[in-house]
Each structure stands twice: as structure tokens, then as C-alpha cells.
Write a protein that binds this ligand. Structure first.
Ligand code: GLY
Length: 343
């Protein structure tokens, strides 16, 4: 078990600037030891939400109790949220108290959503323990659970009051979880991240967080600009649905990034060198960009218009002369032909 440690040697702090709802994202080795300092003042009790297999122990410095939720997409449900809220009520958790979620994106999404509705909203702090969680799910306030009808269909924007990204917790991260995080990290290269490869792990994470924080500060509720965070995600979501989730999210994003580059190229938005740059970035992270053969092109293109981010027709987030932006596309034949690049 990873227990809270002594003084933190290096750390980076990124602020998510949202007025009175602003909060710090603290990145570094051992920063989970700072939990007591970021639990909102006034809280007398803390509900710690985690999963059985997360080898991280935290100490919020107050009376606390651990609530364990299940693994996987099935447990990311309203049933789990209802169960958590009932347990909190039985324990006597008040609206002045706080929730601390310790885990990856599934835990922070579920605990964050439960915190957003319990007593109409109580404070939540995230201790993120996966690379994917640190650079995406824990930052920006999206929370939610699945319905049988689709992923993340019920949720709320509910900002945490602090996020701790303790890089020590990544020591036990399985190789496939690293890949998953790298798929998301590759995206940031094209959102102004520059050469992330040149940075050490803490700086890589802090840089991705800073890029995401800037986007969220500009467009918290995804009116327009926040959609750039979905670069590579339209095909990724379609693969996840059509492939019944046997590829991990970051692996799907990697394929989606190469595909988005191909579509941008076919639309004359980027040149061949920029497509090659996408391939080079993915290769540096040892990410594959080949679609499983069993996934049919027509089914995937059809799923584009049913993406939960799509409001009217097919919208892809594409690279181009002004950088990455949302582009409405009517030529579904081209979208199908571009799929050859990832076959
Ligand atoms: N994961 C995309 C977003 O937070 O908007």
C-alpha cells in the first residue's frame, strides 16, 4: 500500500481559473500527503470513495470512512450513486462535509456526480491515481454515470475543490493503463502542447493539465471551445460502442487521432507532413492506430451522427490552419474513404 509520505520535494500547481469555483491541481511525487491541507475548511467528516484494487491510502486529517465501489463500466451507474448517497446519509454526512475520490476516471466521475447531487451538492476533492485521470477526467468538472442506453448520459458539471495528482501512485499502474493515458496525452501535442516528449513525467502531466485548464476556463460547459478536448474522440467513441469496449479509451483515441488527421488532410486543412507528425507522435508513445478488422466502416460512420457530442449531423474536431476546431461535415463518403488510413 502507498501510505502518505513525508515532505514533498517537487510539485507543480496549476490553477483552474473559474472565479469563485477556481481550484488548484497539484502535481508531483507524494502530493497525496497534502490532502488535509486542501479539504475544505468547515468539513468535519470526509467520505473517501475508492475501489478495492487501488493501492493508495490517504489521510484527510479528519474523521473519515471508506466507501468502496465496484469496477468497470457496469458499476458506473445510478445504482452505485444511489447506494453511495444512502450510505453517506446513514453515516450522517452533512452538506458542510466533503467527499474525497481516490482512483481513476471511473471513481472520480461517479464520486463527483454523487457529490454533485448529495444534499444538492457537497465539496469533492480528487486524488487521481491514473495517468488518464490526471490529465483528463479529474480536471474540468465533468462528472457522470452510464445508462443502458449509453455512456455518461447522466451527469453534471461539478468542479472539485482541489485535485491531487500524486505521481508516486503511478508506480503500480499496469502497462495498459499507461497506454490509455498516453492516448490522451498524444492529443495534447496538437492542442498547443509542443514537444511533450522532452519533459519529465511531472512536467508532462502539469503541461497537459495547464492546457486543459485553459480550455475549461474559457468554456466550462462546452458551449463551443471545450469541444477541442474531444480531438480524436469521434471515432474513438464509435469504436468503443461498436467494439463493445474491448479496446481501452486511450487506445481508441490513438486511432481516432490518426483518422482525424486523415480527414483534415482530405479536406485540405493540413498537409502530408502534419499527418506524418501525428503518426510520429503516436509512434513515440508506442500507440497503434489500426482499427480491429471486425469493425465495419459503415457502422462506424453511422455512429458519428449518434455521438453524444453531435447535435446536428456529423461534427468532427479537426486540425487546420487555425489549429484544432470543430468542423461540420456532410460528405459521409469521404469519411468512409478516410477510414482506409486506419485499416
Ligand atoms: N474529457 C473532455 C472534457 O473534459 O471536456
Amino acid at each position: 500500500m502507498l501510505a502518505p509520505r513525508g515532505p514533498v520535494v517537487t510539485r507543480s500547481v496549476v490553477e483552474v481559473a473559474l472565479g469563485e469555483r477556481s481550484y488548484p491541481v497539484i502535481v508531483g511525487a507524494g502530493v497525496s500527503a497534502e490532502l488535509a491541507a486542501v479539504v475544505p475548511p468547515g468539513a468535519k467528516r470526509v467520505a473517501i470513495v475508492t475501489q478495492h484494487d487501488i493501492p493508495v491510502t490517504v489521510n484527510p486529517g479528519l474523521e473519515h470512512r471508506r466507501f468502496v465501489i465496484g469496477d468497470g463500466e457496469q458499476a458506473k451507474s445510478l445504482v452505485t450513486v444511489g447506494h453511495l448517497c444512502s450510505q453517506w446519509a446513514q453515516w450522517g454526512l452533512t452538506r458542510a462535509d466533503a467527499v474525497v475520490a481516490v482512483g481513476g476516471g471511473m471513481v472520480t466521475d461517479v464520486a463527483g456526480f454523487a457529490a454533485s447531487v448529495y444534499h444538492r451538492g457537497i465539496s469533492v476533492v480528487y486524488v487521481s491515481t491514473t495517468l488518464l485521470g490526471m490529465i483528463d477526467a479529474a480536471v474540468g468538472g465533468k462528472t457522470g454515470v452510464n445508462l443502458p442506453e449509453g455512456k455518461n448520459l447522466v451527469g453534471a458539471f461539478w468542479q472539485p475543490s482541489a485535485v491531487l495528482c500524486d505521481t508516486d501512485t503511478l508506480a503500480t499502474l499496469p502497462p495498459r493503463e499507461w497506454k490509455c493515458g498516453y492516448g490522451e496525452m498524444a492529443k495534447y501535442h496538437f492542442l498547443g502542447g509542443g514537444d511533450l516528449h522532452a519533459l519529465d513525467l511531472e512536467d508532462k502531466i502539469a503541461r497537459c493539465v495547464a492546457l486543459k485548464a485553459a480550455v475549461v476556463a474559457d468554456d466550462e460547459r462546452e458551449g463551443a471551445g471545450r469541444a477541442v478536448l474531444n480531438y480524436g474522440h469521434t471515432l474513438a467513441h464509435a469504436i468503443e460502442i461498436a467494439g463493445a469496449f474491448d479496446l481501452r479509451h486511450g487506445e481508441c483515441v490513438a486511432i481516432g487521432l490518426r483518422y482525424a488527421a486523415e480527414v483534415a488532410y482530405r479536406l485540405g486543412r493540413i498537409d502530408a507532413a502534419r499527418v506524418a507528425e501525428h503518426e510520429a507522435v503516436l509512434a513515440r508513445y508506442e500507440l497503434a492506430w489500426t482499427l480491429p478488422a471486425r469493425l465495419r466502416t459503415d457502422e462506424l460512420v453511422d455512429l458519428f451522427s449518434r455521438d453524444k457530442k453531435a447535435i446536428d449531423g456529423v461534427t468532427l474536431v479537426l486540425d487546420g490552419p487555425r489549429g484544432v476546431e470543430s468542423v461540420r461535415i456532410d460528405d459521409t463518403t469521404m469519411l468512409a474513404e478516410a477510414m482506409e488510413a486506419v485499416r
